[in-house]
Design a protein around this ligand. Structure first.
Ligand SMILES: NC(=O)c1ccc[n+]([C@@H]2O[C@H](COP(=O)([O-])OP(=O)(O)OC[C@H]3O[C@@H](n4cnc5c(N)ncnc54)[C@H](OP(=O)(O)O)[C@@H]3O)[C@@H](O)[C@H]2O)c1
Length: 231
């Protein structure tokens, strides 16, 4: 892989961890892979859009985060498992006395989640609201809001637990709500060189935000990985 901007240089797995290191400041970044025409899924899954470069950055983003936030829809359709950093990410976390695995934080209004699902075989937190029924089926439940999930309150409570550098892996419904609440600081996008035609995109409602390019990586085979700051 090759960093193209802000300066040109070759990158190895270790460099990727440094490049995506969010530092000490609390914040939320979102990571997505999308086609050139903006599709985030092909036949209902993001897997066909992924590549070796996307996977490398996906794992680096996870390794440098305190927790990984995901909407229940994505956890259900993508059969999410626990977050397991690769060996270089594990070493990175050990050097910084971070827990071996960042917890998976699942956001759900309905709690239509199977406690026996793979995502609950590692550290996990379920974020829901007071009106939801069945929270006692999950090992760790964070209640934020009465009838709907209050995302700013959820982020506040996660920060209180020391989970300050959050990675949001979508999906579009959760990303849109997080953006509407002004909670997202950064977008890390993998641009896969493919046209797909009408398909779900990043956002579920019209919404305008200006993005400032922080860096651009050439992942090979036409894959471009960009990190944007949201102003
Ligand atoms: N290309 C990529 O990088 C990428 C990344 C992620 C997902 N995807 C794709 O996106 C598709 C899924 O899209 P989606 O929009 O349905 O995903 P999603 O946002 O993960 O899931 C929607 C569900 O998550 C919960 N949720 C989201 N926002 C919430 C909020 N503000 N408050 C309470 N609950 C909230 C709700 O769960 P309950 O129904 O349980 O209440 C809601 O029904 C899949 O095809 C997946 O492959 C692609």
């Amino acid at each position: 892989m090759q960093l193209l901007l802000p300066e040109a240089r070759a990158l190895d797995a270790q460099d990727l961890l440094h490049l995506y290191d969010p530092g000490e400041a609390p914040g939320v970044r979102a990571g997505f892979v999308l086609s050139t025409d903006g599709a985030i899924a092909q036949d209902g899954s993001s897997r066909p859009l992924q590549s070796a470069a996307d996977e490398a950055v996906f794992h680096a983003l996870r390794a440098v985060s305190d927790a990984v936030l995901v909407g229940a829809g994505t956890a259900r359709t993508e059969d999410y498992g626990p977050v397991r950093p690769r060996p270089d990410g594990q070493a990175w976390r050990a050097q910084r006395a971070l827990p071996e695995q960042p917890p998976l934080v699942l956001v759900s209004r309905s709690l239509d989640l199977d406690p026996a699902a793979r995502c609950f075989t590692g550290p996990s937190v379920v974020v829901t609201c007071a009106a939801a029924r069945g929270g006692d089926r999950f090992p760790d439940v964070l209640v934020a809001g009465e009838d709907e999930v209050d995302l700013p309150e959820a982020v506040r409570q996660l920060r209180e637990r020391g989970l300050t550098r959050l990675l949001c892996e979508g999906g579009p419904q959760l990303l849109t709500a997080m953006l509407q609440a002004g909670l997202v600081d950064e977008l890390c996008l993998t641009h896969t060189p493919r046209l797909l035609g009408p398909a779900p995109g990043l956002l579920t409602v019209p919404l305008t935000r200006e993005l400032e390019l922080q860096h651009l990586v050439d992942g090979g085979d036409g894959v471009l990985l960009a990190r944007y700051r949201i102003s």
